[in-house]
Ligand binder design. Structure first.
Ligand code: ADP
Ligand code: MG
Length: 319
């Protein structure tokens, strides 16, 4: 869907993005993570041509982005910022309607779309659509930011630390909402964060940047089980505590709602007292496992279930 080929960006002599190559697949959440100043925002903004590249190529749907008119890139790629950038004098409805209006949608199509999207993120349209941004909480404003990016149904959404200004509870709620929402909308999402828990929780794949180049690109499983170098190890270090070593796969299965679908014949069956580290081995080879508990009760855990559990529980004893 989006392909980087040896992309470099210099600001004067300063190299902000250094020979970056990757391939973002349609429908995945691709997380860009790394310390402050490592080039995340620059990488994101090059995708929709807010920042020009110095060398290399970026392809969008197999065509170089330079072949698309700039306005088309902006309209076909939704963008959500950390600092809620709603227009303060406009109603929520007017804020969301901006791109659909530019694309000359009819009023009734726009109205329907706004109602549909607000409902999807748990905001009653009649209650919220005529309010001004300042009449909403930070979390609600950020939800509107997400809705606005989705309004014209773009195939790609760029999100630059969209939840990092929120308190931890709103933040976790919006992460959960995004995971739920993504099951319906199935967009290609490029998500920037500096928080490894958020990356492990949301990412189908993660790209860890350091000084503009990629240290590792891979699934959450791969980051936890096969960090490619010491920088990666240090970056995920907080998570890899003895707490995790004491966890069994049964602990995670216990907190997971029982499904009635046992239709995954190729998943390995593991006893519920299996160490989480051992379960990782299975999860690096399969999309999920079947946990065998008391009385032979079986529960399916997909690898995302395991990583989301870990991301939610790890780091900070008070959580
Ligand atoms: P991140 O989003 O990961 O914090 P950025 O992409 O914003 O990083 O910045 C990467 C590097 O490029 C940083 O060292 C930053 O200081 C530098 N940089 C960003 N924007 C500019 C600019 N407009 N002019 C000069 N240097 C910049
Ligand atoms: Mg940034």
């Amino acid at each position: 869907m989006i392909q980087f080929k040896n992309v470099t960006k210099k600001y004067g002599d300063k190299i902000a993005v250094d020979d970056l190559s990757f391939d973002i697949k349609e429908g995945e959440i691709f997380v860009l993570i790394g310390p402050s100043g490592c080039g995340k925002t620059t990488t994101l903004k090059m995708i929709n041509r807010l920042i020009p590249l110095t060398s290399g190529y970026i392809y969008f749907k197999e065509r170089p982005i330079s072949e698309y008119p700039v306005y088309e890139m902006r309209w076909d790629i939704g963008y959500v910022l950390q600092q809620i950038a709603l227009f303060p004098h406009m109603s929520i409805k007017e804020n969301i309607a901006q791109v659909p209006l530019m694309k000359k949608w009819t009023d009734s199509d726009i109205d329907d779309r706004i109602d549909e999207l607000l409902t999807m993120v748990g905001m009653e349209p009649e209650q919220f659509k005529n309010r001004k941004p300042k009449e909403l909480s930070g979390g609600q404003q950020q939800r509107v930011g997400v809705v606005r990016a989705l309004a014209a149904d773009p195939p790609v959404i760029l999100m630059d630390e969209p939840f990092s200004a929120l308190d931890p509870i709103s933040r976790e709620k919006l992460q959960d909402d995004l995971i739920e929402l993504q099951k319906t909308i199935k967009k290609t999402i490029v998500f920037v964060t500096h928080d490894i828990q958020e990356a492990l929780k949301l990412g189908d794949r993660i790209c860890l940047l350091k000084e503009g180049h990629a240290e590792q690109i891979g699934t959450p499983e791969a980051f936890l089980t096969m960090p490619e170098n010491d920088f990666v190890k240090d970056f995920i270090g907080d998570l890899d505590t003895h707490r995790m070593q004491q966890l069994t796969i049964g602990d995670i299965a216990d907190s997971h709602p029982a499904g009635n679908n046992t239709d995954y014949p190729d998943y390995p069956i593991v006893p519920d007292d299996t160490q989480i580290q051992v379960a990782f081995q299975h999860l690096s080879e399969h999309d999920g496992i079947i946990v065998n508990g008391e009385d032979d009760n079986k529960k399916i855990l997909k690898s995302q279930d395991v990583f989301r559990y870990l991301a939610d529980r790890q780091g900070g004893a008070e959580r």
